[in-house]
Write a protein that binds this ligand. Structure first.
Ligand SMILES: [Zn+2]
Length: 138
């Protein structure tokens, strides 16, 4: 029920946001990812003070990954995900309580900032184009 309440529709994909606070989500990451994403988010909020930035999801259980995969969800197209390895996070801009579509927010600039922290950015991918996704490389 709670998950239904936090289902957010956005222009490029439907997204289920885990009902956890950001600190708890960050805590679920591996130590290295936790350190990198903490620094990245701090810098991102300094660079984009007029924007609200949220962490939608970090760690995903393999059970949830399988469910999303089976459902043919836009959230994932893979069975093996960096989210289950605790090294990925989905980060979005929020406007009026909704996730901003790619062309409405500085996703490219945020993506480049993420890359400057050594993260791989899903906005560079074509299949799927995933501008909210960041993962630790390697
Ligand atoms: Zn992701």
């Amino acid at each position: 029920m709670l998950k239904l309440l936090v289902l957010i529709s956005i222009m490029f994909m439907p997204l289920t946001v885990e009902a956890l606070d950001e600190g708890s989500k960050i805590e679920q990451l591996s130590p290295k990812a936790k350190e990198t994403f903490t620094k990245f988010l701090k810098k991102a909020r300094e660079e984009f003070p007029k924007h609200t930035i949220i962490v939608a999801e970090t760690y995903r259980t393999q059970q949830r990954q399988d469910k999303l995969f089976k459902k043919g969800s836009n959230t994932t197209t893979v069975r093996i995900s960096k989210h289950t390895k605790r090294v990925a996070a989905d980060i979005y801009f929020i406007k009026n309580g909704k996730i901003s579509a790619y062309h409405q927010a500085p996703y490219l600039e945020l993506g480049e900032l993420g890359e400057s922290f050594g993260l791989r950015w899903g906005g560079r991918w074509k299949m799927p184009f995933d501008p909210g996704h960041y993962e630790v490389q390697g």
